[in-house]
Design a protein around this ligand. Sequence first.
Ligand code: NDP
Length: 306
Amino acid sequence: SSAMTMILDGKVHAERMLGEVTAAVEARAARGLRPPCLAVVIVGDDPASHVYVRGKVAACARTGIRSVERRLPADTPQAELDGIIAALNADPLVDGILVQLPLPAGLDSKRALHAIDPAKDVDGLHPVNQGLLLEGLPGLRPCTPSACMNMLRAHGVELKGIRALVLGRSEIVGKPMALMLLEQHATVTIAHSRTRDLPALCREADLLVAAVGRPGMVEGSWIKPGAVVVDVGINRVEDPALGEVIFAADPGKMKTLREKGGVLCGDVRFQEAAAVAGAITPVPGGVGLLTIAGVMANTLQACQAR
Ligand code: NDP
């Protein structure tokens, strides 16, 4: 990477956000108030989901947030899941409810998300919270994009009037990210699988947020010199032939792929992009760490709003 490229270290920002939550939880305790409480519902045995849930429970322990876990078998009927969510909604000691996605086949995740009390919806995916975001009003906002905004703010990245390109239009990352950038007066383009001339669009972007789920799709030549690149993608690459292409500028990653049989990478070819960008988030060590900090911040917010 060029000498001028700044690596946006997710760990540094996650630690700062977690430190702020910890201080607020301690301040509550000093006033005789109970700690915030997050309830995590996990259905089935998807290994990645269990890793994420463990990370969230560990972050609760670190910040002084109480956590309760509801582990349900993959064949849980929807009515039973509805009942568990209703009980958590009614529980005065529970501030935040998080249903870990994806749910096993046969369960309707929209129905589950819509069943959560919007005031406890720490993932910010209930239509009431989506509507509040659309209106620019305070509410619980999706953790990944709000943590990305927090990081950009901490770095003093100017958003007003810039050209921002959000690659991906999911409810959980792309769409809310675009709305948050718009709120900060960026000129926002949202690109997706039907977008034409994507490389040319990317080259116009002062800020590029990639949330696609395709390893190394964004090439170095797509980056505008000096642009800020936020790579949300978390992908595992196992195929050496694909690795040879996307890690051409990254012998270290290629070595790990060969040694471990797989390697994590973002949607952006990190080494290629870092040679051009002004600032960039790595994968791993970037946005992934921020998301969990965002869940903690939202749980605190939900608790303090009650
Ligand atoms: P989704 O699969 O829900 O959305 C992907 C988006 O990318 C869609 O809008 C899709 O377009 C678009 N897309 C797919 N292929 C292309 C293409 N060839 N060209 C242009 N656009 C394309 O993914 P998520 O938003 O849930 O997640 C995206 C990535 O971020 C994943 O790698 C995921 O693992 C990661 N992630 C990371 C988090 C973190 O904490 N860092 C949190 C959440 C997700 P269309 O709508 O047209 O299909």
